[in-house]
Design a protein around this ligand. Structure first.
Ligand SMILES: [Zn+2]
Length: 287
């Protein structure tokens, strides 16, 4: 069953007798309890790590490694992101494409988080959809400027998941556990070379492996004006990147679930433009 919701249902009436905050709280509770329970998170993450996250028992070093402040709100947000990526996968199977306007937390490992990533939302999506027998095989196409180390570690040695990562080699993370296919780019790569490498990589991956679903990690940080990236793609080049991913997938009738991942442009408007372009182009490929 689908339900309908928008944050704008909340009238922000503070202490008024009409409890308009209920809309948001119901949505959050449904997502937490029904869509993604601790058992779903445990399909990817260690029980010890989940317990520490929920109880606020991460060590100082573990919090430092996350590089974002720990709070109960953070745990709630990443929990909801995991639910969002499960839903995005499920709806992509029906509609051809679907986007979680969040997630893409590819640096999260089974037993720890790092680099702004607490839970690997789309890895949880893959495991949950496999468990539901909605899919057997999945592919991750990770176009964030940083390598998908957590995803590579989670699915390493699992023949049911193909991980593709195209990224700047000379950048975080270190080390980089091997993806099924890593495309290591040198600093300063521009549109034409990037698109050529990505096209070849996708052809190679899709000739070797036939997934039931692709999770597209559509990072905005390969952008030339990104503060944490060292590639030189233009906004138009990133649009062509998105289109390339959807075209290659659609040629083989493979549904695509999108997660946003990173984006640290000097002007936040550029990050927003890059991400909204991805969603607009995805819509062209939905049924
Ligand atoms: Zn990134």
């Amino acid at each position: 069953m689908r339900v309908i919701y928008t944050d704008q249902y909340d009238l922000n009436l503070a202490n008024h007798i009409f409890p308009s905050i209920k809309y948001r709280l119901i949505k959050e509770k449904l997502l937490r309890d029904q869509v993604v329970g601790p058992r779903d998170i445990a399909l990817v993450h260690s029980r010890d790590y989940i317990r520490k996250l929920q109880a606020g028992k991460l060590s100082y070093m573990e919090i430092l490694r996350l590089e974002i402040p720990y709070s109960p709100e953070l745990v709630r947000a990443v929990w909801l992101s995991a639910g969002g990526s499960i839903l995005a996968g499920r709806l992509a199977l029906q509609d051809g494409t679907c986007a979680n306007l969040g997630g893409g937390f590819h640096h999260a490992y089974p037993d720890h988080g790092e680099g702004f990533c607490v839970l690997n939302d789309f890895a949880i999506g893959i495991r949950r959809l496999q468990k539901d027998k909605a899919i057997e095989r999945a592919m991750t196409v990770d176009c964030d400027v940083h390598q998908g180390n957590g995803t590579a570690a989670i699915f390493g040695g699992d023949p049911s998941v193909f991980t593709l990562s195209i990224h700047q080699e000379n950048n975080y993370p270190y080390p980089k556990p091997p993806s099924t296919l890593d495309i290591n780019l040198h600093d300063g790569v521009e549109d034409a070379e990037y698109l050529d490498e990505l096209g070849k990589g996708l052809d190679q991956a899709l000739s070797q492996f036939q997934p039931d679903l692709i999770y597209y990690v559509a990072g905005a940080d390969p952008y030339r004006d990104d503060q944490l990236g060292g590639l030189k793609l233009s906004i138009e080049g990133l649009e062509r990147r998105d289109r390339l991913v959807f075209e290659k997938a659609s040629a083989k009738q493979i549904p695509v679930a999108i997660t946003l991942a990173g984006g640290y442009a000097r002007r936040v408007e550029d990050t927003i433009q890059i991400h909204t372009n991805t969603i607009r182009i995805a819509k062209e490929f939905s049924k």
